[in-house]
Design a protein around this ligand. Structure first.
Ligand code: ADP
Ligand code: MG
Length: 356
């Protein structure tokens, strides 16, 4: 068995080099500062443009505090605020909630419902069974089908998490919240909001290739690359400006292999097994949290059903690469994406408005 976890740092380096190459040659370079921190299982790079160094330093300190706080509070399998909530939810009794974590749970409920339950942060036990709860998976084999079946029969969902004011209770003793499917998006959003409070108007927060950018760089859009799921390198690039997030869910992010078969970390809540049929889904949307949850949900929905989820979640920019290499993109995304030289996939452009 091989245990796979790709060196994301390398990819961030590739994307950043690409960004700086593509934005070089502008007439008025503004001061630019960059800091990288390892958190949420990946390297997070924060680039700030157009403010003085003292402001950038203050903003970095605040952003790093934010990231550490969020990572420690939400990590699904550590003794922290979320572990307490998980234990209490399983008892069925009512308990009070720290106001800081309430918006996260409310948002997860809404996004889960919009995704028809395919984005389901209540399936932490399934994620655990597959060994993807820790940053490094050990070499345990595929879980037993009967253990998966027990959890499928219990069918924990976000509907089992009932919020009443500042109190909450659970209605399913197999709920275990795991926000790994959108925590990075929520974190990137929070950091951007905090940077804005420091008067920063141009910045990019890049968490291992998943990112949100505001403003521009030296008067030009930020240009970012989308990784090729099959090989090293970038398959396409796109320009983003104003306030936009780009998130990708891929079967190459975290996986292990047994007898040549790949088991990755995005679980289909309907089968209890890693979702089949998709290599990667890239979503462009204003909110990082929505883009992140939607990428995970559409990965599960797969090549034939993602359009319904895109519609329900209000997403119009999507690229899905199927296991067969077939690329589907929405009409809006087709206008934005530029495939790299030498990469000319068979692309189907989809009008999602026809999939209500
Ligand atoms: P990444 O974090 O690598 O960018 P995703 O955003 O797709 O990838 O999140 C995958 C993580 O989400 C898994 O490691 C697990 O913690 C959690 N997860 C797995 N399947 C689901 C699902 N169907 N719904 C919600 N969360 C999921
Ligand atoms: Mg996600």
């Amino acid at each position: 068995m091989t245990v796979g976890c790709q060196p994301k740092g390398l990819w961030i380096a590739v994307l950043l080099v690409m960004m700086s190459l593509l934005t070089s040659g502008c007439s008025k370079p503004q001061p630019e500062f960059s800091e990288t921190v390892f958190t949420f299982g990946t390297l997070v790079e924060i680039t700030i443009v157009g403010v003085d160094e003292a402001t950038a330093d203050l903003a970095y300190t605040a952003a790093l505090d934010d990231l550490n706080y969020m990572h420690n509070t939400w990590h699904a399998w550590q003794e922290n605020a979320l572990a307490r909530i998980n234990n209490l939810l399983r008892t069925g009794g009512s308990f009070s909630l720290a106001p800081s974590i309430l918006p996260l749970i409310s948002k997860a409920k809404v996004l889960s419902e919009q995704s028809n339950g395919l984005f389901n942060p209540a399936i932490g036990e399934l994620v655990n069974l597959w060994g993807f709860h820790s940053d490094e998976r050990d070499d345990s084999p595929e879980p037993l089908h009967e253990d998966i079946q027990v959890l499928l029969d219990a069918a924990p969902s976000m509907q089992d998490v009932v919020i009443e004011g500042l109190n909450m209770h659970g209605t399913n003793d197999r709920i275990r919240l795991d926000f790994g499917g959108f925590a990075k998006g929520v974190a990137v959003d929070a950091v951007i909001e905090h940077l804005r409070e420091f008067g920063i108007q141009n910045a990019i927060v890049n968490a291992g290739g998943d990112l949100r950018a505001i403003g521009q760089k030296d008067g030009r859009p930020w240009r970012i690359g989308i990784r090729n799921p099959d090989a090293e390198g970038v398959i396409a690039s796109l320009e983003i400006s104003g306030d936009e997030s780009v998130f990708t869910s891929g079967d190459y992010e975290r996986y292990f292999e047994i007898d040549g078969k790949r088991y990755h970390h995005i679980i289909d809540p309907r089968t209890g097994y890693p979702a089949m049929g998709t290599r990667s889904v890239t979503v462009l949307h204003n909110s990082g949290a929505v883009a992140d949850a939607a990428a995970t949900a559409m990965f599960v929905a797969g090549p034939d059903h993602w359009k319904t989820i895109a519609n329900n979640m209000g997403i119009s920019n999507v690229m899905l690469i199927g296991s067969d290499g077939r690329v589907q993109i929405t009409t809006d995304m087709a206008k934005r994406l530029q495939f790299e030289n030498g990469y000319a996939p068979a692309v189907t452009v989809i009008d999602t408005s026809k999939h209500q």
